[in-house]
Ligand binder design. Structure first.
Ligand code: PLP
Length: 474
């Protein structure tokens, strides 16, 4: 290789691809035997790797050997069926195939012309998902990497539509600008605060509205906060309702919130990053109640809908509103943007875009809506089963209603402070054991344990093992 230019020879490429295919299938087959959380201390991986860049070519055999020696031991195995942290972001065969095809093609989905299929397939899968969500035709979408980015773009449109021409005038030096307020529940995801930081709205202007006993936004408190802000001449801009909150998967009363938004001409953004996926299960279509009243909705198919990370969708009622804020055609792309085609670069900050649509296309075709629904239904059943186990065990109490594939529970100790300490410690101990992975969160100021289902490989047997690990740890 040292003496030749160009890529590695195609026969070498083929040989390693075959070997890699076996490696990947072995990894999948043996995933449940892996230790979930790595044992490495922070910095250990950095110190095991050379600090200077490779000056000369190294043999691929050596590099692949290092994948086993250095890379895999540093992985937290999200694909393990007893990994129940965060929201499941599951591995699937078709998802991996699609990632491989996207890597082989390595195209850029910035304009239609840069690869027509990337744009058109994106339009197709956005339309499929829109139908599953039961959204009217007037909603159009764009695929981004994450919900954080989607929500930021949605709030950028809300800000622009408030008539202050930030796109052209910016924010600085403008004493005439009002102070905008964005309202979320105290359970909302931190991505909304980040969006406010990025958009110059200011973190302090994201008002946290108290949630009710079931962790849903209290709409009376929302009304009071808006009235109080209006008295102080703040300008209510948007409400972000969450459908499937991060800690408990609770669902804000979207329809009532929509009525408040309509009264005050505020933008309604729905963060359905996790919960939106439930829409493919017919008996759970309550989850999309009020979606048709939103200005924008974000959903992460990489959370509940089995598409591998990353794949997030933003829908905006009349997508032209999003385009207006972000379209900007540099001279060198003028020829790419001369016709009636869609150019997804117009719908966000990012110019270059990965060919993400192929993942959704392959995964959703492989399972079909029925298959997706059956798997989600099983996760919901397991979450309810786990809830029953918790309720029947005198050492534990349930900390929130189980509404989706998430259960929050707490080990009971002599007093709250002791219980906080024990619950945090239990999660640390369980995760350090390497056979299960949970999370801790805080609800009403108290530490609780949180178990999230969503991995396509998780069965009742795995859940039973995790429950035993939890009970053995107390
Ligand atoms: N919204 C909710 C409700 C979430 O739980 C999360 C992350 O888990 C996000 C938004 C942010 O998602 P992303 O990592 O795609 O930005």
């Amino acid at each position: 290789m040292k003496d030749s230019l160009g890529d590695i020879p195609v026969d070498v490429y083929r040989k390693h691809l075959h070997e890699l295919a076996d490696w990947m299938a072995d990894y999948r087959e043996n995933i449940a035997k892996q230790r979930i959380s790595p044992t490495a201390k922070p910095g250990a991986i950095i110190s095991a790797l050379p600090s200077t860049p490779p000056e000369t070519a190294e043999p691929l055999e050596q590099i692949f050997a290092d994948v086993d020696r250095l890379i895999v031991p540093g992985v937290a195995h999200w694909a393990h069926p007893q990994f129940m942290g965060y929201f499941g972001c599951t591995t699937t065969g078709p998802g991996v195939f699609a990632e491989m095809i996207a890597a082989a093609l390595n195209i850029n989905a910035m304009t239609w012309r840069t690869s027509p299929v990337a744009t058109e397939l994106e339009t197709v899968v956005l339309n499929w998902l829109r139908q599953w969500l039961g959204l009217p035709d007037e909603f159009g979408g764009a695929v981004y990497d994450t919900a954080s980015i989607g929500s930021m773009h949605a709030l950028a449109v809300a800000r622009e539509e408030a008539g202050v021409s930030v796109r052209t005038q910016g924010l600085s030096g403008r004493a005439e600008l009002p102070i905008f307020r964005v309202y979320v529940s105290d359970q909302a995801h931190s991505s909304i605060d980040k969006a406010a930081i990025a958009l110059g709205l200011g973190e302090h202007n994201v008002r946290k509205i108290p949630s009710d006993a079931e962790f849903r936004m209290n709409v009376a408190a929302l009304r009071e906060a808006i009235s109080a802000d209006l008295r102080k001449e703040f300008r209510p801009l948007a409400v972000v309702a969450t459908v499937g909150t991060t800690s408990t998967a609770s669902v804000d009363p979207v329809r009532e919130i929509a009525a408040v938004c309509a009264e005050h001409q505020m933008w309604l953004h729905i963060d359905a990053a996790y919960g939106g996926g439930l829409a493919v299960v017919p008996e759970c279509n309550w989850v999309t109640d009020g979606f048709d009243l939103a200005d924008s909705i974000v959903i992460n198919p990489h959370k509940m809908l089995f598409v591998p990370f990353d794949f997030s969708v933003l829908y905006v009622r009349e997508i032209e509103r999003l385009r207006r804020v972000f379209t900007l055609v540099p001279e060198y792309l003028r020829g790419d943007a001369a016709g009636a085609e869609i150019n997804y670069m117009d719908y966000g900050i990012q110019l270059g875009r990965r060919f993400r649509a192929i993942k959704a296309w392959m995964v959703w075709r492989t399972f079909g809506r029925e298959g997706l629904a059956a798997r989600i239904r099983e996760h919901l059943r397991l979450a309810q089963l786990f809830t029953t186990w918790v309720k029947q065990d005198a050492h534990f109490e349930l900390s929130a209603p189980t509404v989706m594939g998430v259960a929050c529970f707490r080990f009971k100790a002599a007093n709250d402070a002791e219980s906080d300490r024990r619950n945090s410690q239990l999660v640390e101990t369980i995760n350090a054991g390497g056979e299960a992975y949970l999370m801790q969160t805080k609800l009403r100021g108290r530490a609780v344990m949180r178990l999230g289902l969503g991995n396509i490989l998780t069965t009742e047997e795995h859940l039973g093992r995790v429950w035993k690990i939890i009970r053995d740890a107390i």
